[in-house]
Design a protein around this ligand. Structure first.
Ligand code: FJE
Ligand code: FE
Length: 295
């Protein structure tokens, strides 16, 4: 590594209401940070029944749901259904259109992260699809007190099987107290951020002040990241995420993300008229909504 990236901006993600009765800490996608190319949203969510994210559409990007605690059951309008459990990841390509529900499963609180990765104009209308990786199948390795789970891309000699249409690196690091420094290469042309999940970390340079949970750190130019856990007794856990910037205009209306306002108008039309990928929404309602007796 020749030039470690430094922290250029820091945001504390405070809780806000989203979906129906759910709480999210939104870092990317809020007013002060509308878009960090190619990332549209980063939500750290916390939800317990009957709250959740009932039937809603997506078009033009991918959602990456990574569970930390509990579980989320998803169902879509094509009959694809499953439960994402702690440690599992669901990499969903909404492409031309998905309508689905995402609801907590079982008792207690379900917690996780949802990242929205934009798609280039060439990929916005691709067929929807899923990549679902169980916790036990996530590439993972440890050395000198540092453990990394490789959700996308590669780190410390291990590679994720996930196919990313927008080139993305997604790593979950756990750093024991007094562990060796984390030194992770990141492509110099990509945008990169870190998000602290627990404990405190020193990011970028050893003299920097430690940063605690729920903070998003935007990283500046460089070819990698160095991180230290200087705490005597607390484990540090953080995500390192990077992506190749798409460099195209973004037109967004909630869960529809296209390049122009005209394409957004066409998307609203398609959704309202059950066309161009939304055909199956006409006669569909999630079992979660049926169970709640919603008309
Ligand atoms: C939403 C559009 C959405 N953050 N974190 C509009 F897609 C959503 C939505 C989510 C979501 C779902 C999960 Cl499982 C986790 C999330 C937004 O489904 F809430 C609004 N208002
Ligand atoms: Fe969704």
């Amino acid at each position: 590594m020749e030039k470690p990236r430094q922290v250029v901006r820091k945001f504390l993600a405070r809780p806000q209401h989203e979906g129906v009765g759910a709480v999210v800490r939104r870092s990317i996608g809020r007013f002060e940070l509308r878009y960090f190319d190619p990332f549209l949203v980063l939500d750290e969510f916390s939800v317990s029944a009957p709250a959740g994210f009932p039937d809603h559409p997506h078009r033009g990007f991918e959602t990456v749901t990574y569970m930390l605690e509990g579980a989320v059951t998803h169902e879509d309008f094509e009959g694809h259904r499953g439960t994402i459990k702690a440690g599992d990841v669901q990499w969903m390509t909404a492409g031309r259109g998905i309508v689905h529900s995402e609801m907590p499963a079982g008792p207690g609180t379900s917690k996780g992260l949802q990242l929205w990765v934009n798609l280039s104009s060439a990929n916005k209308m691709v067929e929807p699809g899923y990549q679902e990786i169980l916790s036990k199948d996530i590439a993972c390795t440890s050395a000198e007190g540092v453990t990394v789970r490789v959700i996308a891309g590669n780190a410390m000699g291990v590679r994720s099987p996930v196919r990313t249409r927008t080139p993305t690196l997604y790593l979950d690091f756990t750093v024991r107290p007094r562990a060796a420094a984390v030194r992770q290469p990141v492509d110099a042309s990509w945008n990169a951020f870190a998000y602290v999940l627990e404990g405190e970390g020193v990011f970028g340079a050893e003299r920097c002040a430690p940063v605690g949970a729920h903070h998003l750190l935007l990283l500046g130019q460089g070819d990698g990241l160095e991180v230290w856990n200087k705490s005597a007794d607390k484990t540090l856990r953080f995500l390192l995420v990077a992506g190749e910037p798409i460099g195209e205009p973004v037109a967004q209306l909630g869960p529809f993300v296209m390049n122009t306002e005209e394409e957004i108008d066409m998307t609203v039309d398609d959704f309202e008229r059950y066309a161009n990928g939304f055909e199956k929404a006409r006669h569909w309602k999630s079992q979660a909504m049926v169970a709640l007796g919603v008309e």
